[in-house]
Design a protein around this ligand. Structure first.
Ligand SMILES: NC(=O)c1ccc[n+]([C@@H]2O[C@H](COP(=O)([O-])OP(=O)(O)OC[C@H]3O[C@@H](n4cnc5c(N)ncnc54)[C@H](O)[C@@H]3O)[C@@H](O)[C@H]2O)c1
Length: 257
């Protein structure tokens, strides 16, 4: 893809799953990949995979909920690679103590709402605010935000805080795209369907997997690489006329044609 080799991209939450799939793909494309994550051991493993394959990458510990550590992530990126050209916001608090307690409006404790919005939404605000000035200085750049099919699919009976956080991310995507497209900075989003990264493998929710496969016109569940190729494209110059879009990457679960 054009415009990836030699450029530097931050994965904000790239230790495992979709973020890792994207980091690996960007590494293959010759980009410098910064794998930021609260799970530093996982981030280091991802970096090791990229560098073993001949790529260039850096692991950085950071917390989406902590503005100082977000700023430090961007500083370490620039110190190491001399600049930054794009950002993939992909981290989310999917822990059993947070997402696992996000059941329904009457039962979900307010601390779950606060934590979910703080990490999943305000976290992306923190990273975008830290990276955007550098992209504007370059006169070009791309931000991709990871949403979810739950942002738009109807009839969700579970996980109201998570779904609301993903709808908010779509609004943030439109805001950035609308305000800074004229200055050369694009912003798009992806809404994955059921993607079998490490977290989903561990949860091993076979009922959910079977429901997805019976409902969705596809032959299989999603893989991190399915998102990696699309996000790499949205970060590349091959997508330079795509702005303010949020794509469902889900085997056909959400059809909007
Ligand atoms: N896998 C799916 O089926 C699916 C479906 C729809 C949307 N998504 C979205 O895709 C994204 C990636 O999810 P995934 O399935 O690959 O799961 P994942 O658990 O592998 O990835 C989430 C990453 O975020 C990191 N993280 C969590 N809290 C953080 C914090 N406070 N600061 C920094 N990093 C933090 C985790 O350590 C992890 O590396 C998420 O935004 C998720 O909501 C996933």
């Amino acid at each position: 893809m054009r415009g990836l080799a030699g450029k530097t991209f931050i994965m904000a939450g790239g230790a495992t799953g979709v973020g890792k799939g994207t980091a690996l793909r960007l590494g293959e494309e010759g980009a410098n990949v910064v794998v930021g994550d609260i799970n530093i051991d996982g981030a280091k493993l991802t970096v090791e995979e990229i560098t073993k394959a001949g790529g260039s990458a850096l692991a950085v510990h950071f917390d989406l909920a902590d503005e100082a550590s977000v700023n430090d992530l961007v500083k370490q990126t620039i110190d190491e690679f001399g600049g930054v050209h794009g950002l993939f916001n992909v981290g989310a608090d999917l822990s059993p103590n947070n997402l696992g307690r996000d059941t329904n409006l009457l039962e979900t404790d307010l601390d779950v709402w606060v934590r979910t919005l703080d990490v999943n939404v305000i976290g992306y605000v923190r990273t975008a605010r830290a990276v955007l000035p550098h992209l504007l200085e370059n006169g070009s750049g791309s931000i991709v935000n990871c949403s979810s099919g739950t942002a738009v699919s109807g009839g969700d009976r579970k996980r109201p805080a998570y779904s609301a956080s993903k709808s908010a991310i779509n609004a943030l995507t439109r805001h950035i795209a609308g305000n800074w497209g004229n200055a050369g900075v694009r912003c798009n989003g992806v809404m994955p369907g059921l993607v079998m990264g490490e977290t989903q493998e561990k949860q091993n929710d076979t009922e959910l997997q079977q429901m997805f496969l019976s409902r969705v016109p596809t032959t299989r569940l999603g893989r991190p690489a399915d998102l990696g190729s699309v996000v790499a494209y949205l970060l590349s110059d091959d997508s330079e006329w795509i702005n303010g879009q949020v794509w469902a990457i889900d085997g056909g679960a959400n059809m909007r044609a």
